[in-house]
Design a protein around this ligand. Structure first.
Ligand code: CUA
Length: 343
């Protein structure tokens, strides 16, 4: 005797169900990863700009959920009750098709578009009066960071006072880059020959990871930066250090290291404020010992990685502008000691 033929709905569920079970776990894990406190998720906003983006995202998400459930319900109904509906067809379905298929979607799309325009205008409208103005200059592949009113410079790290609006002026020294701090603001592209502007406001203290979001060459992925939102007093202290001369060497090995630094090629590309090193090709190193990473997120910032970076940064960040440095092995520890003391 033949088995009872499965209903069309059951056949569809059987076909779709198995692959779905296989993909459900990775999808759930990805969703959870996006919400982990250490990931730069735009859905974990830390400030006004990203909150707006997250709000728009959730609005669209829940509308999509409602539409999806509705469509699935109609589809199931059509599959299960197809025969009965065909035999008992009554009335003209045109009005339903027009309303549910055209009028309702048009209304939803126009409404979402309107909310999107409102948010776009709010995000584009920078601070009337910024507490702090930062210049972020994109290079292949690192961020030069300067502050209006300060002679100092740093790299790949932007300190801001928490709860205050910060104006960010963006320029590129070479190709297109894009400035993105997912937890604080949407992307702003850096376009050659143009001065672009965006703004940040962090409503809670902490560190927010930023990333170049426009493909810019071999080391695009290693063009990260960190926004450090700190209480006003801490920010003021940091800002004062930024403008001051780098700390002088305190120990014999630091002194020998400074000597090596000034004699080697380092000083022709890098600046250390208060010394004869005034190179402008690479990042200012006056506070390199305090930074969160080496090579714009390529390596952790510690003595071992710093030694490797000096000897040959091409192994960890191929293509970057710094050639291997022929520093004698007996001088390398002094050089590391000196650079680590710059904080
Ligand atoms: Cu700079 Cu991608």
């Amino acid at each position: 005797m033949d088995p009872v033929p499965a209903s069309p709905a059951r056949r569809i569920f059987a076909r779709v169900g198995r692959p779905l079970r296989g993909t459900a776990l990775p999808v759930v894990l990805l969703a959870l990863a996006a919400c982990s406190p250490h990931s730069p998720s735009a859905l974990d906003p830390g400030g006004a700009g990203a909150s707006r983006v997250a709000g728009l995202w959730w609005l669209m998400f829940w509308i999509s959920v409602v539409v999806f459930v509705e469509v699935m319900a109609f589809l199931t109904w059509a599959l299960v009750f197809r025969r009965r509906a065909r035999s008992a067809r009554r009335g003209d379905p045109t009005r339903f098709v027009v309303v549910a298929g055209a009028v309702l979607p048009a209304f939803v799309l126009v409404a979402v578009y309107g909310v999107g325009l409102r948010d776009l205008a709010a995000l584009g409208h920078g601070p009337d009066k910024a507490a702090v103005t930062v210049d972020a200059i994109g290079h292949k592949w690192w961020w030069e960071v300067r502050y209006a009113g300060s002679p100092g410079a740093t790299a790949n790290e932007i300190h801001i006072p928490v709860g205050e609006k910060v104006r960010i002026r963006l320029r590129t020294a070479d190709v297109l880059h894009s400035f993105w701090v997912p937890q604080l603001m949407p992307k702003t592209d850096l376009i050659a020959g143009e001065l672009r502007e965006t703004w940040l406001r962090a409503d809670r203290r902490g560190e927010y990871r930023g990333q170049c979001a426009e493909y810019c060459g071999l080391q695009h992925a290693h063009m990260a930066f960190l926004v450090v939102a700190q209480p006003r007093a801490d920010f003021d202290a940091w800002y004062a250090r930024l403008g001051a001369a780098a700390p002088a060497p305190q120990t014999d090995d630091q002194r020998r290291g400074q000597e090596a630094f000034l004699q080697a090629a380092c000083s022709s590309c890098h600046t250390v404020r208060g010394t004869p090193a005034t190179g402008l090709v690479g990042p200012d190193l006056s506070d390199v010992g305090a930074r969160w990473s080496l090579g714009a997120g390529a390596l952790p910032n510690d003595g071992g990685h710093l030694g490797g970076w000096i000897a040959n940064s091409q192994t960890s960040k191929p293509g970057n502008a710094m050639p291997p440095q022929p520093v004698p092995a007996d001088r390398l520890p002094d050089l590391i000691a000196y650079l680590r003391s710059l904080r």
